[in-house]
Design a protein around this ligand. Structure first.
Ligand code: ADP
Ligand code: MG
Length: 343
């Protein structure tokens, strides 16, 4: 009798042990990782990495990410006369122009970041960007008169958004919106959303230095992101390596895209208050929970400079900054930045 009890207990134990092994094996199902080729989109190079239970899901999620990025480009490229943004720039001084939800959404967020940064970030800089570009083509500096003319039509207070019908109106003639400082980060966010919907359990989107990542790598770890120093972009120098997940990183730089007049280079980021090109910081990297915020704030901090910029980052929750000044190689970090940095 005793023996039978013992055999029964032993069999039960063995069954429990085998079930435990089986369940563990199922949980440990391998994830696959698929990396897209580089594609030129939004005037930069894009790359997407997807982690999924199988290759088909990974590929579908990469396709979904690119589809969204192409859509954002089609809506928001102001140099494409057929984009919705070009329609706004052409017509909104005369009449309210209705736009798609994505465009209305980014305009609302742009106004929010303009207020948050005390006007340092401002998508109404279009005419100022155009003036500097024309001057660079003519190889002559903008005159005070030209700058004074442009000043009249810059400012988010002149951008009228009506959330009832998603329409946009300008309060002044000649206004032009430029989403170059925020659209890539916004596209990264939408792309990440599409990848998750398509079944990816992890992903990384790199849109010309605007990086967004979610979930885990195929080894179930965090993502490692190298941040290029735009001041040294020719030799692809990495200024920092970050480890993170469910976060976004944006780097703005002074010398990667620039205008040249005479022997001087001028950054493509302008201070709306002074109408001058920014020159204090050679690189600003922002870590935030989403790409839109990281992108807008990296442009804003480039304008504000190290001291004011850091103040803004410290008071904005869940954001960190790594800044390099134009005249030094030292990394200036916000109070919580170190946790993301790999030495
Ligand atoms: P990148 O395009 O290299 O990622 P940014 O995100 O910093 O760089 O955006 C710079 C672009 O933003 C400029 O090319 C211009 O189109 C636009 N821009 C320039 N100055 C400002 C500003 N003060 N606020 C908002 N956008 C700006
Ligand atoms: Mg930006």
């Amino acid at each position: 009798m005793k023996n039978r009890k013992f055999i029964f207990a032993l069999t039960a134990l063995i069954i429990i042990f085998i079930s435990y092994l089986l369940v563990n094996r199922l949980n440990d199902k391998r994830l696959v990782v698929v990396e897209s080729p580089n594609k030129i989109v939004m005037n930069t190079i894009a790359r997407v990495v997807a982690v999924a239970p199988d290759e088909k899901i990974a590929r579908l999620s990469i396709d979904a990410a690119f589809e969204k990025i192409y859509r954002v480009e089609k809506l928001m490229n102001r140099y494409d006369p057929n984009s919705q943004l070009s329609q706004v720039n052409k017509l909104a001084a005369k009449e309210p122009v209705r736009v798609d939800k994505e465009l209305f959404d980014i305009l609302q967020q742009s106004v929010y970041y303009s207020k948050l940064s005390d006007g340092a970030f401002d998508i109404t800089v279009g005419p100022l960007v155009d003036l500097w570009r024309k001057c660079a083509e003519a190889n002559s500096m903008p005159t005070d008169e030209q700058l004074a003319e442009v000043k009249k039509i810059i400012g988010c207070d002149k951008l009228l958004l009506d959330a009832n019908d998603f329409s946009v109106k300008f309060a002044a003639k000649g206004m032009k919106l430029d989403l170059g400082g925020i659209a890539k980060g916004f596209a990264v966010d939408l792309a990440a959303g599409e990848m998750k919907k398509a079944g990816a359990v992890g992903g990384l989107i790199d849109l010309g230095g605007q990086i967004g990542c979610f979930g885990t790598t195929e080894k179930k770890g965090k993502w490692i992101v190298g941040v290029r120093n735009p001041a040294k972009s020719e030799d692809n120098k990495i200024i920092a390596r970050l480890t993170l997940s469910d976060a976004a990183v944006s780097t703005s730089g002074n010398y990667e895209r620039f205008y040249k007049i005479g022997d001087n280079r001028f950054s493509h980021i302008f201070n709306p208050a002074t109408e001058k090109s920014t020159d204090q910081l050679s690189s600003v990297t922002i870590i935030a929970l989403n790409g839109t915020e990281a992108d807008a704030l990296s442009t804003a901090v480039s304008v504000m400079g190290a001291e004011k910029g850091l103040e803004l980052i410290e008071k904005t929750e869940n954001t960190e900054a790594v800044i390099i000044k134009a005249d030094s190689q030292d990394l200036i970090k916000s109070s919580g930045a170190q946790q993301y940095l790999i030495e």
